[in-house]
Design a protein around this ligand. Structure first.
Ligand SMILES: NC(=O)c1ccc[n+]([C@@H]2O[C@H](COP(=O)([O-])OP(=O)(O)OC[C@H]3O[C@@H](n4cnc5c(N)ncnc54)[C@H](O)[C@@H]3O)[C@@H](O)[C@H]2O)c1
Length: 360
């Protein structure tokens, strides 16, 4: 069976409450859910930049969009309860490490309290519902070791972003035990899973200080790509791979909520990791021309150097596996920036269709 058919069985005609729908991953997920025939209510702040993917795809055409703050508990809960979702996918977050150093309080308020507000919304639903809550691979306490991190490894985080996401993850676990305990499943009828994935790349990411948008800006302007952390090893993955993993997990949760209400890692194969320098070299090759520069950075804020995820659990329990290797992921991303311009929604939908047409 191809991926589309498997997911349509779970999502066609179903109501999905999606936080963070105006963000990079949210915009891709919105189009995937549209392709699958789901009815989507989005809840997020407005897109930050004029050229954000959400604006480029005219995201309002694909959902009922509510522009509001997840820190506003009352508004969020009302929105969730009024909508009566079958699925909740929570990805709204202050998602940038650098911004978390600039605004730690707001980062914790959004990432921890915002998540608690979503969980409180689930408590008020009083209906069967399955939820996927997105944290990150940065929730693992980073020992700068070579062994990949498993779902059972110690959580923690150095910078406020990673730490707030680890705190959110721990909080979700408390709610799972305290209010959505699987021993009382018949009472609440809710499955909740946490998903942890690494840095993703894909067309339309316009955030500052992320490597692909920085590369594309430099390539478009015929300037050298300034590489901050050339030797940092990252598990680069195309955005469609973890998003498919989240949706697959949601489908499994719907079938067997008691079995899948746990944390899952989604990332590339362990050997498919690249340094930032390698990523930049592939990007330059895919673009056709360009060069990189490696400025010496003093007074640098702490950034984790090495982080690998163990994805065996998703592979064995969900039957998920990464479809695009890093090189293909980078190529697809650069192709997007080169070719999507006339109709970004159509181009993105085509990339989604191509991805979902492959065997599940
Ligand atoms: N992009 C990555 O490489 C990556 C890697 C691991 C995990 N994640 C996680 O995936 C999720 C989505 O990331 P992204 O890259 O799309 O981020 P993004 O910054 O592009 O989007 C963030 C979204 O959250 C919303 N948001 C932020 N603060 C909010 C608030 N107070 N109230 C309501 N909405 C708010 C924004 O409006 C936006 O829709 C986040 O939870 C992030 O931590 C991302």
């Amino acid at each position: 069976m191809v991926k589309t058919d498997l997911l349509k069985k779970a999502y066609q005609g179903k109501k999905v409450f999606l936080t963070g729908h105006t963000g990079f991953k949210g915009s891709w997920l919105l189009l995937m859910l549209h392709q699958l025939g789901a009815i989507v209510k989005g809840y997020s702040l407005a897109p930050v930049h004029q050229n954000d993917l959400y604006h480029q795809i005219n995201g309002d055409n694909f959902c009922d969009s509510q522009i509001d703050d997840i820190r506003n508990q009352e508004t969020l809960i009302k929105s969730m309860v009024d909508f009566q979702p079958d699925f909740v996918i929570h990805m709204a977050a202050q998602a940038l490490v650098i911004d978390s150093y600039k605004a730690p309080v707001e980062t914790y308020q959004t990432n921890v309290m915002g998540t608690i507000h979503v969980l409180e919304g689930l408590r008020k639903l009083n209906k069967p519902c399955n939820s996927i809550i997105i944290t990150t691979d940065k929730v693992y306490w980073n020992f700068e070791r070579d062994t990949p991190y498993k779902e059972t490894d110690q959580l923690g985080g150095y910078d406020p972003y990673s730490n707030s996401k680890a705190a959110a993850d721990i909080t979700i676990n408390s709610y799972q035990k305290s209010f959505f305990n699987l021993d009382n499943f018949e009472e609440h009828q809710q499955g909740i899973s946490t998903v942890r994935s690494g840095n993703v790349i894909g067309g339309g990411d316009m955030a500052e200080n992320r490597i692909i948008p920085d590369c594309v800006k430099s390539l478009e302007n015929n300037q050298p790509i300034s590489v901050r952390n050339p030797n940092a090893v990252r598990p680069w993955q195309h955005v469609l791979d973890p998003l498919y993993g989240y949706l697959l997990l949601g489908a499994k949760l719907q079938e067997e909520p008691k079995k899948y209400s746990e944390a899952f890692n989604f990332g590339p194969e362990t050997e498919d990791v690249n340094t930032v320098k390698e990523l930049v070299e592939i990007a330059i090759k895919s673009w056709g021309h360009g060069e990189a520069s490696f400025p010496k950075i003093t007074n640098k804020l702490h950034e984790a150097g090495l982080l690998k995820l163990d994805i065996e659990k998703a592979k064995t329990q969900l039957g998920w596996k990464p479809q695009y290797q890093a090189e293909t992921a980078i190529q697809k991303t650069i192709e997007w920036y080169k070719n999507a311009k006339p109709n970004p929604a159509e181009y993105t939908l085509n990339q989604i269709e191509e991805f979902l047409a492959t065997p599940a």
